[in-house]
Design a protein around this ligand. Sequence first.
Ligand SMILES: NC(=O)c1ccc[n+]([C@@H]2O[C@H](COP(=O)([O-])OP(=O)(O)OC[C@H]3O[C@@H](n4cnc5c(N)ncnc54)[C@H](O)[C@@H]3O)[C@@H](O)[C@H]2O)c1
Length: 353
Amino acid sequence: MSLNPVIHRTPAELLRLARAILSATGSPPEQADDVAEALVGSNMAGHDSHGIQLLAGYIDGVRAGRVFPAEKPTLIKREKAMAILDGHWGWGQTSGRAGAKLAIELAAENGVGAVVVRNCHHIGRVGEYVELMAKAGMTGIALANVGPSVLAHGGTAKRLGTNPIAWAAPGGDPSRPLVLDIATSTIAGNKVALARARGVEEMAPGLFVDKHGEPTQSPTAYFDGGTLLPFYGHKGFGLGTMVEFLGGALSGSLPPEQLAIQYGNGTIFVAFNIGAFVPPETFRSQVDQFRNVMETMPPAKGFERVLAPGDPEADARLARAKSGIPVPEPTWNGLVEIAASLGLTPDGVAKQL
Ligand SMILES: NC(=O)c1ccc[n+]([C@@H]2O[C@H](COP(=O)([O-])OP(=O)(O)OC[C@H]3O[C@@H](n4cnc5c(N)ncnc54)[C@H](O)[C@@H]3O)[C@@H](O)[C@H]2O)c1
């Protein structure tokens, strides 16, 4: 099996190209930065599924009128420790950053802050938003529902989205918070898209079924009407259901409306001001102790070391700062094509006429 070639680009090169494409399709500088930084930040964290490969689909969304790149979120309601934002189908990354920052602000005032965002386009890698909370010295969660692509456990139809859950907690080292950031399906759908772009013909078993409900490992069969499975059966399905109601129903983004929308994330951010509960230094040192136990524990057979949640992303950032970001050739060619259609070079510079 031969994989597609991979091209390495520096984060600065990808940021420049993404910003240029976003600006040329109507994003003001601030929104272009939000999206470009989030996408390249996902690549840096090792989640290429939510990196630059999403840009082509996002630009399709602009061209098809599913996303309005100049929109900014507005405040619908702010009362005590809660708030509601309307994203107006602007960029989800802009809404997501605003939602997480507002949750932090509310938690600073009240001990806890909960913000929902409705009419919110895809927010990308959900870990980004809880990392903002950890950076502010808080612990917090983010949940987002999304259009259906996951089989109901024991059922025959798609009912839930990949409905991700993210949580972060700060320790002493600001570059290494604990971060759990997972889809409630076996994997994120965009990981199947990444495998297809890389030319992978067979993924691990047990991730999804084909259009007939039969097990398959082929990304091509998945994109021909296949369905993801909830992770670990009833547990992923149960957690995905919880996300449907906390992220979806509370934000006003539950099906059937969401079924028609497909591209959005009904989102909730909840930040906890650690100091309102326990001394923050005690909490942070407990995180460090936990991390230390993981680091010094002998690994089981087949493992190089025991990782804490968030370690793979922190490791990827260090590695990719040196090696650059691997972009599958079909993904890169697609970006170059979009750039050309906008009169831009692959460096994100306007072509001389
Ligand atoms: N916006 C959306 O609609 C949406 C939907 C689904 C998923 N996503 C995103 O997709 C991305 C990938 O999701 P996924 O479920 O495929 O992720 P995944 O299976 O790669 O799991 C990632 C999480 O597991 C932790 N982890 C990985 N290996 C570990 C190990 N050996 N020990 C301890 N912890 C470990 C990581 O630190 C991270 O928290 C996430 O960033 C998620 O937010 C977004």
